[in-house]
Structures are given as structure tokens and as C-alpha cells.
Design a protein. Structure first.
Length: 513
């Protein structure tokens, strides 16, 4: 009996060892030889992580991982990496970036991220949709982001910024320390909730408002699986992982449908994103700015569904609130550390506000220094630290000898490029003059990618900039910021978050001017 069971144990151990050796050999000689067999330079992978181990152990964020790889291998135009066993191609050469993002966009028009409209309707949004469906919706929605449409939404941004100012004023009168990141997230939550869902959620006064709570929940890192599902979107389908927590989905679907029904039943017309989405649902196109109905046959009148509308309102919220609030937060942080620059920026703002009477859409354009400061903020802290694309049709990548085949995953290391000392000397230095006309002209246009590039760039760029600048104008025209006692200098970024965000918040002391 004893002899039998020890044979069994030995056999079992032998099978396990043989299995482990076979898997190891397969990974090493098959999976992880993908790049070497195609003569593409690749850092040595760690089995079974490939190159993603520092992210899974929270030593580096995903943006920092690709920054490290770019910095070390940037003399090569393309670099092969593995996210676990999944090959991804990093593009390090700026001309090649232009080729992928713009010139040959039809070969790279997808992101290759999870999207399953049937089981998760909110996942069918512009950011993740592939192919013809993306093109259809991007064409439908582009007219909703023109400057004249954004101008119509300006009063909402301005009114919300007044409320922001009142809240900060109470703190400034006693020279209190405030946590800027959360405050700004509440400001942009209120703006987006109003323009995309028609809801006055007032998270500025009520930090626990449901909209804000749902935002926190959606952006809370989903432990363990985030890196895996980014590398293998198929896991969503296999294991029924949803990309959005169920209660977040129910909340947004409900809020959107209720708002649409209320406006249509009561004939309410407000000049905001929701109104434009309603036009796309009921008419199939948005009115021209001159408000004349288009001639029959001159526009595509194919309507969008309620679910498609809800998914876009959702992505405007996801794409709009954290990006803008992080931008304002990082900017105030840098200005708190550099009082001279803060005074210079405030002086321009105060002078222009006196000239225009108040903050207006036009007054923002009269603040070139503020624009440089915001540009440098987005250079040093690109909220989206990598871009990604998927090759949708085989094509040779010029100057590399490599043919990208359908399905090849592409990564653009934005953080690495923005911190490249050959492009931006002393990259850790905050210097808005990098964005004066002369310096911009000297740089490659693809050396600056905070909003991406090409036909699939950020559709909300104008709105994001307006919202961020109005927040800054309100803050800097009335208040002075200095570092708070617990401020991390330099900022420590949250390694678990895809977007660039300060781990411990940004605490600044605020005083009246
Ligand atoms: C400072 C603010 C913002 C930053 C830094 C930012 C950044 C980005 C970046 C880097 C991308 C990817 C572009 C690419 O792959 O080439 C993107 C895509 C997108 N953004 Fe923004 N964004 C901001 C504000 C907004 C706002 C306010 C909205 C909506 C109201 C928005 C909606 C979107 C959407 C829908 C996409 C996907 C576009 C597509 O694939 O067609 N973003 N954004």
C-alpha cells in the first residue's frame, strides 16, 4: 500500500515537473521569441510576465513602464515588448508615429480594447468601438464639439466655476489647507454631469453626491485583473468580467434615459451635450450653428439608438472629468512651488478679466501665457500616459524592415516622449517657455501628444481645455497657493492607475489675493 502511494506521488511529481518544463520551454522558445524571430529589438522578458511585472507589483505605473523602455531603447524606431505573453510594438520614432497615427490611419484605426455592446451597452462608446461603427459615431459626434457648440455650453462652465470660487473663498479667508485633487474632481464632475446628463448634481457642496461616488468607484483600480485584461481583452468575454461595475452601469443608464425622457416630454431645450445627443437620437444629425434645417439629402440622417447615446454621454463623463481635474491640479501644484510664475500667470489673468469685465469664451483666447502654462502642465503630466492602436490591415513600417500584420498591438509611449531630454532638456523642470512659438517651431509636431493625434485624437480637446482654463482662471484671479504641510515634492504618482494621478492628493494652502 505504502509502496503504491509513493509510486503514485513520484509519478504525479514527474508529470508536474514535465508540465512545468514544457510550459516554460513553450513560453521561452515560442511565445517570447516572437520579436527576436522578426528581428525587432526587445528587452529581456521575465517568464511569464513578459515586461509587465513592475506594473503588477505596483513598482511602476503603466505609463512609467513604457517611459523606462522608451528611454533605454529609443535609438531604435520600434521596440518589441510583451504584456504577459501578448506582443506589443512600441513606436519610438516620431516620423513613424505620424505614419501610424495620421498618414496611414486606415491601417491602424482601432484601439483593440474591450467593447461588447450586446452584453454591456455602455462599453459601446467612441473610445473603444472598432471599425465602421466608430467611424459612424465619430462623424455623428464631431459637430457637437465645434467651438461654437462649446461656446453655447460656456455659461454652465462659468456658473460652476463661480460655485467653486465661493467654496475656496471660505477656506482662503482662514488660510486653510485644501486637497485640490478632490475639489477639482468635484468641479469637473458638476460641469460634465450638467452638460452631458442635464443633472445638477452639486458635488462641490456635497462631496458624497451620487455622481461623484460613481466616479470614484469607476476609477478605483480593479485589483489584480487590470493588467491582465488590458493585455488580453478576450478575458472579459471568457470570464464575463465587465469593464464597468454593475451599479455604475445601472446608475448611468438610468440617469441618461430619465434625462432624455424628461426633456422630450417637457420640451426642454438647453444648449448642452445632452441636447445634441437627443438631436442625434430623434433626428440623426445636429443642427448647424445658424440653426437652419439642412437641405434634404445633404446630411446623413441615420439616427443613433438610446443605448448608443447613453454610451457616448458616459464616455464624455469618463473622458472629461478626471482628465480636466488632473490638469488643473498638476498646474496649481507647479505654480505653488514657483511663486514668481504664479504671480506672472495671475497678473495676465487679472489684466484680461478687467479688460473683458468677466471670464468669457473670448477672454480665454486673450491669455497666451496661461495657454503656455497649461501646455507645459500637460507635457510634464500627460493625463493619458500611453496611446494605443491596433493594426487593422497589413502594412510595412518604413525604415524598420518590419511588416505590421493585422492584429499587431501598437503602443505610443507619450510619457517617455514628453520626458525625453533630447526633446525637452531638463524634463523635470516646469518651463512654460518650451511652448513659445519659437520653441514649438523647433520641435517635431509629434513630440507633444497630450490629446493624441490623427483622426482618432481626443474629440473633447477644446472642451477639456476650456473647462481646465476656467477652473484655473477662477482660482488664480482671487487666490494665492503655497505648498501645504503634507505635500509630496516631487509628486508621487499612483502606480495602480492608468491615468496619471497624484497618489496622496495635492494639499495646498490657499489665501486671498
Ligand atoms: C484635459 C483634458 C483631456 C485630455 C488630456 C484628454 C486626453 C485624451 C487622449 C490622450 C485621448 C486618446 C487620443 C488618441 O488615442 O489619439 C482621448 C480620447 C478621447 N477623449 Fe479626451 N481628453 C480630455 C478631455 C476630454 C473631454 C472633456 C471629453 C468629452 C467631453 C473627452 C472625450 C474623449 C473621447 C470620446 C475620446 C475617444 C475618441 C475616439 O476614439 O474617437 N476628452 N482623450
Amino acid at each position: 500500500m505504502v509502496v503504491h502511494s509513493s509510486y503514485f506521488l513520484l509519478e504525479f511529481a514527474g508529470i508536474i515537473i514535465a508540465l512545468v518544463i514544457s510550459v516554460y520551454a513553450y513560453l521561452k522558445y515560442v511565445s517570447f521569441s516572437y520579436w527576436s524571430s522578426r528581428n525587432v529589438i526587445s528587452p529581456k522578458p521575465i517568464i511569464p510576465f513578459g515586461h509587465i511585472k513592475p506594473v503588477t507589483t505596483r513598482k511602476r505605473s503603466i505609463g512609467e513602464l513604457f517611459q523606462d523602455i522608451y528611454s533605454e531603447y529609443k535609438k531604435h524606431p520600434i521596440i518589441g515588448v510583451y504584456l504577459f505573453t501578448r506582443p506589443n510594438l512600441v513606436i519610438a520614432d516620431l516620423d513613424l508615429l505620424r505614419f501610424v497615427l495620421t498618414k496611414e490611419f486606415p491601417h491602424f484605426h482601432d484601439r483593440g480594447v474591450y467593447c461588447d455592446e450586446k452584453t454591456e451597452p455602455l462599453s459601446g462608446h467612441l473610445f473603444s468601438l472598432p471599425g465602421a461603427k466608430w467611424r459612424f459615431l465619430r462623424n455623428k459626434f464631431s459637430p457637437t464639439f465645434t467651438s461654437s457648440k462649446i461656446k453655447q455650453m460656456f455659461p454652465t462652465v462659468k456658473e460652476t466655476s463661480n460655485r467653486l470660487s465661493l467654496i475656496v473663498e471660505k477656506k482662503a479667508q482662514n488660510s486653510e489647507v485644501i486637497e485640490i485633487k478632490d475639489l477639482m474632481a468635484r468641479f469637473s464632475t458638476d460641469v460634465i454631469a450638467s452638460v452631458a446628463f442635464g443633472i445638477d448634481c452639486n458635488s462641490l457642496e456635497n462631496p458624497d453626491a451620487e455622481f461623484r461616488a460613481m466616479g470614484r468607484k469607476f476609477f478605483a483600480p480593479r485589483k489584480g485583473i487590470a493588467g491582465l485584461v488590458f493585455a488580453f481583452p478576450i478575458l472579459h468575454k471568457l470570464f464575463k468580467f465587465t469593464s464597468i461595475p454593475e451599479d455604475v452601469t445601472n446608475f448611468f443608464m438610468g440617469a441618461f434615459k430619465e434625462a432624455v425622457e424628461y426633456r422630450t416630454a417637457n420640451n426642454v431645450v438647453r444648449r448642452d451635450f445632452l441636447d445634441l445627443v437627443i438631436q442625434l437620437i430623434y433626428k440623426g444629425y445636429v443642427h448647424n450653428d445658424d440653426e437652419k434645417a439642412p437641405l434634404p439629402g445633404t446630411v446623413d440622417e441615420q439616427k443613433i439608438t438610446m443605448d448608443e447615446g447613453a454610451a457616448q454621454a458616459f464616455v464624455f463623463w469618463v473622458g472629461g472629468f478626471d482628465t480636466s481635474s488632473s490638469t488643473v491640479t498638476h498646474c496649481l501644484y507647479e505654480l505653488a512651488l514657483n511663486q514668481e510664475l504664479q504671480e506672472k500667470t495671475a497678473a495676465e489673468i487679472i489684466r484680461v478679466l478687467e479688460e473683458y469685465g468677466d471670464v468669457t469664451y473670448e477672454s480665454i483666447r486673450a491669455m497666451p501665457h496661461l495657454h503656455k502654462v497649461v501646455s507645459e502642465t500637460l507635457r510634464k503630466y500627460p493625463v493619458v500616459p500611453i496611446l494605443n492602436r491596433e493594426c487593422t490591415e497589413d502594412i510595412d513600417l518604413p525604415g524598420t524592415g518590419f511588416r505590421a500584420t493585422k492584429g499587431t498591438k501598437i503602443i505610443v509611449p507619450v510619457l517617455g516622449i514628453h520626458w525625453d531630454p533630447d526633446l525637452y532638456p531638463e524634463p523635470e523642470k516646469f518651463d512654460p517657455e518650451r511652448f513659445n512659438e519659437e520653441n514649438i517651431a523647433k520641435r517635431h509636431p509629434y513630440a507633444y501628444l497630450p490629446f493624441g493625434e490623427g483622426p482618432r485624437n481626443c474629440i473633447g480637446m477644446r472642451f477639456g481645455l476650456v473647462q481646465s482654463k476656467v477652473g484655473l482662471i477662477r482660482m488664480l484671479s482671487k487666490f494665492r497657493f503655497t505648498p501645504g504641510p503634507n505635500l509630496d515634492v516631487p509628486l508621487i504618482m499612483d502606480k495602480a492607475n492608468f491615468v496619471q494621478m497624484a497618489l496622496n492628493g495635492v494639499t495646498l494652502r490657499v489665501q486671498m489675493r
